[in-house]
Design a protein around this ligand. Structure first.
Ligand code: HH2
Length: 271
């Protein structure tokens, strides 16, 4: 049997300031059209977010965040069965998104941003993505990231957050883990994690990997590429994730990633 490739999660940033595509999809009609394009390209999940997490990003109020993502989630749910994830650290935004049909809460704070987060996620019964970030949030995380051993520390954090989630009543089968490429990490830290993704997979939960177009891609490649010129490096990282057994890839370029996975899989399949 052909092994299933990782699920491809298409990114829909309904923001003015996301690092790769800020402002392009702030208008709901543009965001909805973009989401439909990603579905047509074969996205297995859409990740819809209304607050940028790029280094230095300004926080957005809960009301503004909901106003950005709600029309996009509602429109996609009205004409597609594609699973929808909401990329937020706010329980109120997760609740609003779930009411409109989102079945996954992708939280870059690993459900630590609010004292209510764990209980709300348990109550919703949705899938949750618990991501590692060092440094207290996007505004400050890149100031001076330091680790003694980044892979061990990220694994320990993710295992502890999974334990906290289960203790709060979130079912084990609903939990995803994410090393948080570029979140409170130098390019060397992110590269170390990309080399050892198998250790995160070995924690026993589905792993989501988000390296698409990040500045660590440019730094590892040693070039000065703008975000929309980082497809080659992003695909290299995605293929490394697939080889290590990650369950999901969070990407801007859905069609190209699916094509790369299909070719890599065909080549590695014994004749
Ligand atoms: N990366 C970004 C945002 N959310 N969520 C998870 N689970 N993993 C990631 O690696 C991740 C994430 C940053 O990328 P993007 O959404 O394109 O940019 P911005 O945060 O500036 O909107």
């Amino acid at each position: 049997m052909t092994p299933r490739r990782p699920l491809v999660m298409g990114i829909v940033n309904v923001t003015p300031d996301s690092f790769a595509d800020g402002g392009r999809y702030l208008d709901p009609a543009a965001a909805i059209a973009h989401a439909r394009r990603l579905i047509a390209e074969g996205a297995d999940i859409l990740d819809i977010g209304g607050e940028s997490t790029r280094p230095g990003a300004e926080p957005v109020s809960e009301a503004d965040e909901i106003a950005r993502v709600a029309p996009v989630i509602a429109a996609i749910r009205a004409d597609s069965a594609v699973p929808i994830s909401v990329d937020t650290t706010k329980p109120g935004a997760a609740l609003a998104a779930a009411a409109l049909g989102a079945g996954m809460w992708n939280d870059v704070s690993a459900l630590t941003a609010s004292p209510d987060s764990l209980a709300v996620a348990a109550e919703l019964g949705c899938d949750v993505v618990l991501m590692h970030m060092q440094g207290g949030g996007p505004r400050t995380m890149q100031a001076d990231p330091r680790y003694d051993d980044v892979v061990t520390e990220v694994c320990a954090f993710l295992a502890a957050r999974a334990d906290a989630a289960m203790a709060a009543g979130i079912a084990r089968g609903k939990i995803w883990l994410d090393p948080g490429i570029g979140f409170g990490k130098t390019a060397a830290h992110s590269l170390a994690l990309l080399r050892k993704l198998d250790q995160i997979v070995a924690l026993g939960f589905p792993v989501l990997l988000g390296a698409s177009r990040k500045s660590s891609i440019r730094a590892i490649a040693g070039d000065r590429s703008e975000p929309d010129r980082r497809l080659g490096g992003s695909i290299a990282a995605a293929l490394a994730g697939a080889r290590a057994g990650v369950a999901g890839l969070r990407v801007h370029d859905v069609a190209e990633t699916i094509q790369a996975l299909a070719v890599a899989q065909a080549i590695s399949r014994p004749p």
